[in-house]
Design a protein around this ligand. Structure first.
Ligand SMILES: *Cc1c(COP(=O)(O)O)cnc(C)c1O
Length: 362
C-alpha cells in the first residue's frame, strides 16, 4: 500500500498538490515583487491580473459568453440562499424550490424569509432506492419568479445529471460541490453559484455566474454586499474581497485547464466514482441505496451493513492514511468526497482498504 495521505473531506477539501506548492513559493515573495500575495491591495495592478485571469479561465473552461457576468462573493453558498430571493424575486413573490436533499431544502428554508417558496420534493424511494423524478415531471408553477435546484447534494451523494429545459423560467443552480466536475451547458441556466471550498479552492469565496439582464431590481432592503448589481458595478470589490482565496482559486483554475479542462475531469471523475460504486455494489458488506442514475461522482456515500463496525472502520482507515471518511451527521455512515484534486491513486487505495476490511470483518 502506498504511504501517501489522502484527504476525503467534503469541504474545505483537498487541493491539488501542485497548487499548494505554488502557494508555498508565492507566500513570501509573490511574482518577485518582494511581498506576500496576502499583503497586497485588492486594488493594486498586481492583484488586478489575478482578477482578470480567474474570470478568463472560468469563461474558457465553462464556455461562458458575454451575456453572463461573473461575480466573486463572500458569505459562502448560504449567503446566496438569501441573495437569490432578494435579487431575483420579481412579480410573483414566489419561487419553485426543488428539494432533492439537505442543501436544496435549506435554500428553500432561507427563501421563506423573503417569499412564499413552492416546496417541490423530487426525491422518491422506489424499491428501496433513492431516485430523483425526471425534470419533465417536476410540478413547476406558472406563477413563480424562478426555479432553484441543486445538481449535487453533497451530504447524501445524490446528483441530478439532466439539464434544465423550462421555457421562459429563470433557472438557478447550486453547483457548490460540482462546478468544473463535468461538462454543463451554461446557457441552460440563468444563474449558477458555487462556494469554492469543495471543488474550486479554499473557503471564503463563492462564484456567481449570472445573466446580465438579471442585474436590475433587487429588493430595497437588500444589503449592499448581497446586491448583484452593486457587486457587478464594483467588479466584485464593493468591500475587500478574500484576496488569498481568490488568488488560490486562480491557480486551481489554471491547473484544471492545464490538466485538460473539464473533459479530462469528467472522464476521470466518472472512472473514479464507478470504481468505488462497483466495490460497494459487489459486496454484501457495504451499501449505497441511491439509484445508479442519481449517484454523485463527487461525494460517494456508503454504510456498513453492520454499523457496530463503524467506529473501527473509521479508526483503521484514518490510521491507513485515508482521512475524514465520516459521513455527515444527518445521514451517518461514510462519505468519500473525491473532487477533481483527488487522484486515482487515492481512490485505489481506499478500495484496497475497503476490500481488506471486508475480508477481515465479514
Ligand atoms: C457546502 C455546500 C453549501 C454551503 O456552503 P457554505 O459555503 O458553507 O455556505 C451549499 N450547497 C451545497 C451544495 C454545498 O455543498
Amino acid at each position: 500500500m502506498n504511504k501517501k495521505i489522502y484527504n476525503f473531506s467534503a469541504g474545505p477539501a483537498m487541493l491539488p498538490e501542485a497548487v499548494l506548492k505554488e502557494v508555498k513559493n508565492d507566500f513570501l515573495n509573490w511574482n518577485n515583487i518582494g511581498t506576500s500575495i496576502i499583503e497586497i491591495s485588492h486594488r493594486s495592478k498586481e492583484f488586478h491580473k489575478i482578477i482578470v485571469k480567474s474570470k478568463q479561465y472560468l469563461r474558457e473552461l465553462l464556455n461562458i459568453s458575454d451575456e453572463y457576468a461573473i461575480l466573486f462573493c463572500q458569505g459562502g453558498a448560504r449567503a446566496q440562499f438569501s441573495a437569490i430571493p432578494m435579487n431575483l424575486l420579481n412579480q410573483f413573490n414566489c419561487a419553485d424550490y426543488i428539494d432533492s436533499g439537505y442543501w436544496s431544502y435549506n435554500a428553500m428554508l432561507e427563501a421563506k424569509k423573503y417569499c412564499f417558496p413552492n416546496h417541490i420534493t423530487v426525491k422518491k424511494n422506489i424499491d428501496g432506492q433513492t431516485t430523483i423524478i425526471k425534470m419533465k415531471q417536476w410540478p413547476i408553477q406558472s406563477q413563480s419568479d424562478y426555479i432553484h435546484y441543486c445538481p449535487n447534494e453533497t451530504i447524501e451523494g445524490i446528483a441530478i445529471y439532466e439539464e434544465p429545459n423550462f421555457h421562459n423560467k429563470v433557472v438557478v443552480g447550486d453547483f457548490s460541490s460540482s462546478l468544473l466536475s463535468r461538462k454543463i451547458n451554461i446557457n441552460k441556466y440563468d444563474l449558477i453559484y458555487a462556494s469554492a471550498q469543495k471543488n474550486l479552492g479554499p473557503s471564503g469565496i463563492t462564484i456567481v455566474i449570472l445573466k446580465k439582464i438579471l442585474l436590475k431590481n433587487s429588493y430595497p432592503f437588500t444589503p449592499s454586499i448581497l446586491d448583484y448589481k452593486k457587486s457587478f458595478d464594483f467588479d466584485s470589490m464593493f468591500n475587500t474581497p478574500v484576496t488569498f482565496s481568490w488568488y488560490i482559486i486562480s491557480l486551481v483554475l489554471k491547473w484544471v485547464k492545464n490538466q485538460g479542462g473539464i473533459d479530462f475531469f469528467e472522464n476521470m471523475n466518472y472512472k473514479k466514482s464507478s470504481l468505488l460504486y462497483q466495490t460497494i455494489d459487489n459486496s454484501n458488506f457495504y451499501i449505497n441505496t441511491v439509484h445508479p442514475d442519481n449517484r454523485s461522482c463527487m461525494n460517494i456515500t456508503f454504510h456498513l451493513r453492520d454499523p457496530n463496525l463503524n467506529h473501527i472502520f473509521l479508526k483503521q482507515s484514518y490510521e491507513s492514511g485515508l482521512k475524514f471518511l465520516q459521513g455527515h451527521k444527518v445521514v451517518g455512515g461514510f462519505r468519500a468526497s473525491i473532487y477533481n484534486a483527488m487522484p486515482m491513486s487515492g481512490v485505489k487505495k481506499l478500495i484496497e482498504f475497503m476490500k481488506n476490511f471486508e475480508y477481515k470483518f465479514k
